[in-house]
Design a binder for this molecule. Structure first.
Ligand code: ATP
Ligand code: ZN
Length: 813
């Protein structure tokens, strides 16, 4: 291994470039690309990632690396070009891009701590002190003080920054740097094995010690945890035994096991002819390296079996397979199927794992212990150095898009990474996105088709129920119509399961005051709150702010809040009264918030210990529960009228997907879809489960209005705590962009700048929001424009305004 005197390091700060650091002698054996280092930056110490070795430092006097934080690289060297691509494309700093890619909790850095001085303590007793000042002095009066960030989070005062400066100048507060340690670390476990020394017969041992020695002799090696479960005092006793040389204690890294119940190995079924065709097409073109495929297969056509075969082939070729799954709820199903086939070769990456578990899974990938990864969007960064295939299940799903920080789309990155690894990528869906379907039509993707369900099971029969005819009916009949109630009864009587779908959680979604008619709004966001009956609170679904169930109307002060609108919790209550004998479960974000509860719910559906399930989109896609024969859609129109050009596409996908949960076993499925718009083409296409019909209507509309896939877009989001300042910044950003655009005749013609407008949700978490949408058929053009904006001094100098760049935005809200 070459020992380089200098290293290129990407620091975890908003810096576009990497920096050169010198390797001190005592670290020269240990520094390798892909490892974290602690480096000085300005007056602080921050975490950085080694990118590559260098012979010299150029014209630059390099500072020294302070410490190496890993003993094995966290990512392979050949992944670095991918990170660079991601950083450039999404206009995000390289170091922060890598930080987003890695498991969370791996950062060490100096944080500014504010501490009350002796003088400050004395000032606390003086009379002229403002309440804010005395609060700050009290909070900061601890040994380490309080971190600046924590102080800003606790104190909701707009002039905090200048106040702190003033207090510091008066000598009341001191600011120091405190090194923050990683939140996630390797788990080390002690193992006990027989010692070198022969037992000394002269020395009498207690019974407990004898017991320990015989266990260790029998097992050859046992973890201290396992030993302690047999002999509770083992930790103290083995220390003594080790001093006598009777046992040896070694410490090793162990993997925390995130897997739930054990899974029985499965026997691969014989492929249907459509499945075999799809698999063979991919395998026959392996010599072409990168080939992007759309696997368009109706619901229940057996796409997962194709993924299993393709992954098996990659592993057989000595390569690895990367499998992305959208919802964490769905990961468990896919993970089970993969583990049944591949056993221990699997790692999983998703947000239900603890930080430590995620770190262990990552380590298993980086050290080559596993060859298949199944995960949610962040798994696209898995540190494999030899990828043989990338698979994206439910490619149309919005959860592949990260909506803050590095706003990447893992589905799109799957294609980019496959191109860099020169391997095939398979995007699967029963309801492909307009974007990818368009890529097929323009010849950039190859389509693999599955037109039939496995075993020639029929697709479910879908009946629309026009909700308009129940406008004057009793409230109950407007929510669960007699048609739906009857279908549920029939389904339950036959001993089958029914899934009732509503994509809105909570009990009442529109609380409003009956005295002043104002809706109950969140204090920090411009949206209406939702009543959660079991938690006895009104909750804001954006920031989490709660008001008690007994709240008075914040506008007029009267105790007259009435609960209009409904969500899953209300449906659950209604069904309970209508079908008191049915075993009922509800699956939504609220009922699955606790670790393990989602898995327990899915298990109860699988084991048929529930009959009726109320669920949100969490249950709508991908799940394979053969006993579900009825799907009821409470309101098909919910997402249709959102101010977003993809509202129709999303509604179609959601409805066709949820319908696809019915009839996956031996009994054919039925779907009752309640809607106010039975004639709308989106609803009609969903009823016929006709993807092509939907696209043929949607594509001309996208083309006429110059929306993707015919243009590329970047959404520029500005937000800040002061309304006027955000508006001013947005107007200025627009002026800068217009000027840049008009300076180039070509851009003047093809680039469209829409806005600035106030965002559809004008305020979230007390931050005001404005936005600008930039469109052009050429991505290069809009990218150049936005980069210039990002670096424009008039924008960067505005310290209270944050500028968010959303490349290929998914949500325009
Ligand atoms: N060749 C086969 N022979 C028998 N059963 C199969 C075969 N292939 C798949 N299956 C079974 O068919 C069912 C549906 O398959 P799968 O869940 O993969 O569908 P899917 O195409 O992913 O559907 P969706 O788009 O709704 O997620 C599963 O229970 C699976 O085990
Ligand atoms: Zn809120």
């Amino acid at each position: 291994m070459t020992q380089w005197p200098f290293m290129d390091v990407a620091v975890t700060l908003p810096m576009p470039h990497s920096f050169v650091y010198a390797v001190p002698d005592y670290l020269s054996d240990t520094c390798r690309p892909g490892m974290r280092v602690l480096v000085p930056f300005g007056k602080r110490r921050v975490t950085g990632y080694i990118l590559k070795g260098r012979k010299d430092s150029g014209d630059y006097t390099a500072k020294k690396i302070l410490d190496v934080l890993d003993d094995h690289p966290l990512f392979p060297e050949n992944e670095i070009p991918f990170f660079r691509w991601v950083a450039d494309y999404y206009m995000h700093p390289l170091g922060e891009t890598i930080k987003t890619a890695l498991p969370t909790g791996l950062e060490r850095r100096d944080v500014a701590h504010v501490r009350t001085t002796e003088q400050g303590r004395m000032a606390l007793d003086t009379p002229g002190l403002s309440p804010v000042e005395s609060r700050i002095l009290t909070l900061a009066d601890t040994r380490q003080g309080i971190s600046r960030k924590q102080l800003f989070n606790t104190m909701d005062s707009p002039s905090l920054r200048s106040l702190l400066k003033k207090m510091q100048d008066s000598g009341w507060l001191s600011v120091t740097a405190v090194l923050k340690k990683e939140a996630a670390s390797a788990r080390l476990e002690k193992f006990i094995s027989p010692g070198e020394k022969p037992p000394d017969p002269a020395k009498k041992l207690s019974l407990k010690r004898q017991q320990i020695l015989s266990i260790v002799a029998e097992k050859k090696e046992i973890s201290l945890t396992a030993l302690r479960s047999q002999v509770p005092t083992a930790p103290r006793l083995v220390k003594l035994l080790a001093q006598d040389g009777r046992v040896t204690i070694t410490q090793r890294r162990v993997c925390r096991d995130p897997f739930g119940d054990p899974v029985e190995p499965d026997i691969p079924p014989e492929l249907t002819s459509e499945q075999a065709n799809a698999v063979n097409t991919v395998l026959n073109h392996l010599d072409q390296g990168f080939v992007p495929y759309l696997l368009a297969g109706v619901t229940g056509s057996g796409k997962t079996e194709i993924y299993l075969r393709l992954a098996a082939d990659a592993v057989a070729r000595g390569k690895s397979a990367l499998v992305l799954v959208p919802e964490i709820a769905l990961i468990s199903q896919t993970e089970r199927r993969f583990r049944a086939r591949f056993g221990e070769q699997i790692a999983v990456i998703h947000s239900m794992l603890s930080q430590g578990e995620r770190l262990d899974q990552w380590h298993n990938i980086a050290t080559g212990k596993v060859s298949i990864v199944i995960g949610a969007r962040s798994a696209i960064f898995a540190p494999f150095d030899n990828i043989g295939i990338i698979i994206v299940d439910e490619e149309h799903d919005g959860s592949y898009k990260q909506e803050n920080g590095l706003r990447y789309n893992a589905r799109d990155l799957a294609v980019v990474r496959a191109r860099m690894c020169d391997c095939p990528v398979v995007l699967g869906s029963a309801t492909p996105s307009v974007q990818i379907a368009h890529n097929v039509r323009t010849g950039r993707f190859q389509q693999l088709d599955l037109h039939h369900r496995v075993n020639d099971r029929p697709l479910p029969q879908i009946t629309l129920v026009d909700l308009k005819k129940y406008n004057d009916a009793p409230p109950m009949d407007r929510i669960i119509t007699p048609e739906l109630a009857k279908a549920i009864r029939t389904c339950l009587e036959a001993g089958n399961q029914a899934l009732i779908f509503l994509n809105r959680r909570g009990f009442a979604s529109f609380p409003a005051c009956s005295a002043c008619h104002q809706p109950l709004q969140c204090r920090h966001c411009d949206i209406t709150m939702t009543l959660h009956l079991s938690a006895h609170v009104y909750k804001c679904h954006l920031c989490g702010f709660c008001l008690p169930e007994s709240t008075a109307c914040p506008s007029c002060g009267k105790k007259a809040v009435k609960n209009f609108g409904f969500g899953t919790e209300k449906i659950e209550t209604l069904l309970k009264t209508m079908f008191p004998d049915a075993r009922l479960a509800r699956m939504d974000q609220d009922s699955t918030a606790r670790k393990g509860s989602a898995l327990a719910l899915l298990k109860s559906i699988r084991n048929r210990t529930v009959d009726l399930i109320v669920g949100t989109q969490m249950l709508a896609k991908g799940h394979d529960f053969p006993a579900i024969t009825l799907v009821g859609v409470i309101c098909a129109d919910l997402s249709m009228n959102l101010p977003d050009f993809r509202a129709g596409e999303r509604t179609f996908q959601l409805l066709a997907q949820v319908a696809g949960r019915a009839g996956r076993g031996d009994v054919p499925g039925t779907v009752i879809m309640q809607t106010y718009n039975p004639d709308h083409f989106t609803i009609e296409a969903a009823r016929r489960q006709d993807v092509t019909a939907f696209y043929n209507r949607e594509i001309p509309f996208r083309k006429a209005l110059k929306y993707p896939p015919f243009t590329r877009m970047i959404l520029v989001k500005l937000s800040g705590p002061e309304k006027e300042a955000v508006e001013q910044a947005a107007l200025q950003a627009a002026a800068i962009l217009l000027q840049l655009k008009d300076a180039t005749p070509e851009m003047a013609q093809t680039v469209d700048i829409l806005g600035p407008i106030e965002a559809p949700i004008p305020r979230i978490s007390s931050r005001f929001r404005w936005q600008l949408l930039i469109k052009s058929p050429s991505f290069h053009q809009i990218s150049v424009l936005v980069q210039a904006l990002q670096n424009h001094p008039d924008i960067t100098r505005r310290r209270t305004i944050s500028l968010g760049i959303d490349v290929d935005p998914y949500s325009l809200m």
